[in-house]
Design a protein around this ligand. Sequence first.
Ligand SMILES: [Mg+2]
Length: 170
Amino acid sequence: MPVLKPDVYVRSVHDIDLAELKRLGIDTLLVDLDNTLLSRDTSEFTPEVLEWSRTVVADGFRVCLVSNNWHERVHTAAAELGFGLVSRAVKPLPFAFLVALKRLDSSSKRAAVVGDQVFTDVLGGNLTGARTVLVQPLSTSDLPHTLFLRRLESRILRGREPITVSKDYS
Ligand SMILES: [Mg+2]
């Protein structure tokens, strides 16, 4: 199903080709937190992720975290990264993405949704009309229902390997 297919599949946010996104007119990133920027089993960002968050802002991207989580942890994380936050997002429903786009004064055509799950981030991003970038999860530890969905994801992604330097966003 096309709505379950990411436009790009990379190993981590560090492999996202920011210049290519810019070339495609994308200046807005709606980014998942858990297992995309922050491993489920820790509350500390790696120095590389902190550096990435500074880089995207310095590159002129508008960024908002969109998380299904609502614990204090996500608020602390957003503050630490200097990003806006829409929590309790109920992804894959598109409403939280639309709220984030409105806050950033942007639109779905200018946005890429970045996340580690097909059934929340990719599906939600595609339903919103944004580009979708799937990353590999930072940790294999996750919520029980997520671990169940991962088995379905691996079928959807069958034969598809993450690319190190992303090319085909179109
Ligand atoms: Mg996630």
